[in-house]
Write a protein that binds this ligand. Structure first.
Ligand code: 3PG
Ligand code: CO
Length: 550
């Protein structure tokens, strides 16, 4: 990065630069169903009224998703924020690789096929999230795997289906499970037998992240590998049965199920089988991958039985840890991130969040690297292990405390944090709790900005994507909330397609700064904007700075 003379006065006046991500805080077109509009948020109201603020694109192609129909998510959002540039992301890379057939030519897939064929059962297991959310996975990718397994001459496929309802409508499980079971039945014949073998809600089993709740992964292991759990004849019956047994429980929280015949699970994972984790996103794929790949030193839970399988991920989830060793599609090669370049300049950086979003401001921010760059300090505030509608304030106060202390230490030039509330509580579909979650962020923000003032700093306040801004499914035509049969609004748990704010805050006397709204302004403009505040031109790979000088 080169120094920019015309920015030298700004750089001289600016103390620390504080980057604040309000996870799941979008700008909705309507107040209907917005927990943000309903929240009492004096600090944010004042920020929007009195400080420069613009809208950033945070979904679709602006963050490397295949199309503008795709909502944003934390991975692609934090990648864009940290890298300052947009890469074709996992969702697009996998879709392209399947479309071109390249995936099937790769060594990893060939090894999976060879291993399955050499095994006793000629069996491939596919584990992953069964939906078209395109955040962690896409059902079309799974279908392509099953079709190709048949074309390669495998005799059997067992699918271990994690039920979504978090990136897709809250109780949509049967919309995916029933057609998918029909698809498998149609593909099956005397030589090929493909069925769903186990599953459960994604927030109940298997898909934990950032070491927050290993017992979730243990439950998943018991379900998929050992075949332990309540038995049903097929996945459709399992969903219906579990819903009856647990009224009011939404899809993501459904307990585990095992498909069995005459009391015997049809798809335990055995020595000699091949296993593909068809999720492309890493955060919630790493723990179950470790359970499959690690040897006797694995100590997160008692696996009881660790079958000798050939394992592949759809992508490599962690390039530093090489997890997993075998992967079907190469992940985006994210280079020249802001973290790396600020580090090269000797600029100290501090990153903080609570467990649920800790990897977002560290691993995702730095281009899916789990290691730190020189001069970076990380601080993780342990998250509660509870349903977040019960604690919508989450760790906002503690994160603010940590950021304030870090500012007061005077040791960091760039500080970044993520407030998880709007997203994690937004995902519960609980409107009232989501409103409180935004109020908690507002309170924390008010305290944090005082410390920014005391340090003579500047804050850039933004978000990675929307969520709490739309807590009801909106009718596409009227824009009004869609209703349940009983007249109540239909809860929406997924992210939104809305833009997010970028607010520039400071109270440094004599300094007038602004932000320019461009048509393309998006999350990837943050890195260059940060560099400008520090007196540097952007890296050649980064999208432009949005900072304006008076
Ligand atoms: C999740 O993993 O919780 C959701 O699928 C996406 O949420 P995030 O992208 O905000 O983490
Ligand atoms: Co989210």
């Amino acid at each position: 990065l080169q120094r920019n003379e015309s920015l030298s006065q700004v750089a001289a006046a600016v103390g620390p630069v504080v980057l604040i991500v309000m996870d799941g805080y979008g700008l909705s077109k309507t107040d209907a169903g917005s927990a943000i509009a309903a929240a009492n948020k004096p600090t944010l109201d004042k920020l929007f009224a009195q400080h420069p603020n613009i809208r950033l694109r945070a979904h679709g192609t602006a963050v490397g998703m295949p199309s503008d129909e795709d909502m944003g998510n934390s991975e692609v959002g934090h990648n864009a924020l940290g890298a300052g540039q947009v890469y074709a992301q996992g969702a697009a890379l996998v879709a392209d690789s399947i479309a071109s057939g390249e995936i099937w030519q790769g060594q990893a897939w060939q090894e999976i096929v060879a291993a399955a064929k050499a095994g006793k059962a000629s069996r491939l297991h596919c584990i992953g999230l069964l939906s078209d959310g395109n955040v962690h996975s896409h059902i079309d990718h799974l279908k392509a795997l099953v079709r190709q397994a048949k074309a390669e001459g495998l005799r059997s496929v067992r699918v271990h289906a994690l039920i979504d309802g978090r990136d897709v409508p809250e109780t949509s499980a049967l919309d995916y499970v029933l057609p998918f079971e029909a698809f498998l039945a149609e593909l099956s014949d005397a030589d090929f037998d493909a069925r769903i073998a186990s599953g459960g809600g994604r927030q109940c089993i298997t898909m934990d992240r950032y070491d927050a709740n290993w017992p979730m992964v243990e439950r998943g292991w018991k379900t998929h590998v050992l075949g332990q759990g309540p038995q049903f004849p097929n996945a459709g019956a399992a969903i219906e049965g579990l819903r009856q047994q647990h009224p009011g429980v939404i899809d993501q929280d459904l307990p585990e199920f095992v498909i069995a015949e005459q009391g015997r699970p049809i798809g335990t994972i055995e020595d000699g089988d091949a296993v593909v984790l068809f999720n492309f996103r890493g955060d919630r794929a790493i723990e179950i991958t470790r359970a499959f790949e690690e040897g006797a030193s694995f100590d997160k839970f008692d696996r009881v039985r660790a079958p000798k399988v050939s394992y592949a991920g759809m992508l490599q989830y962690d390039g530093d840890l090489k997890l997993p060793a075998r992967f079907l599609v190469a992940p985006p090669a994210i280079r020249n991130t802001s973290g790396e370049w600020f580090s090269k300049l000797g600029i100290t950086q501090f990153a903080c969040s609570e467990t649920q979003k800790f990897g977002h401001v560290t691993y995702f921010w730095n281009g899916n690297r789990s290691s730190k760059f020189e001069g970076e300090t990380y601080l993780e505030v342990p998250s509660d292990v509870v349903p977040f509608e019960q604690r919508p304030w989450m760790k906002s106060a503690e994160i603010a405390d940590a950021m304030i202390a870090a500012l007061q230490s005077g040791q960091h030039k760039i500080l970044r944090c993520n407030f998880a509330n709007g997203d994690m509580v937004g995902h519960t579909g609980n409107f009232r709790a989501a409103t409180m979650s935004i109020e908690a962020v507002d309170l924390a923000l008010g305290r944090l900005l005082k410390a920014v003032d005391a340090a003579g700093g500047v804050a850039l306040i933004t978000a990675d994507h929307g969520n709490a801004d739309e807590m009801f499914e909106l009718d596409k035509k009227s824009g009004q909330p869609a209703l349940n049969k009983d007249g109540s609004p239909k809860a929406k748990t997924a992210h939104t397609l809305n833009p997010v704010p970028l607010i520039l805050y400071h109270r440094i006397p004599g300094l007038t700064l602004g932000l320019k709204q461009t048509a393309a302004a998006g999350l990837s403009n943050l890195a260059a904007t940060t560099a400008a505040l520090l007196g540097y031109d952007k890296h050649a790979d980064w999208d432009e700075s949005l900072l304006t000088l008076a």
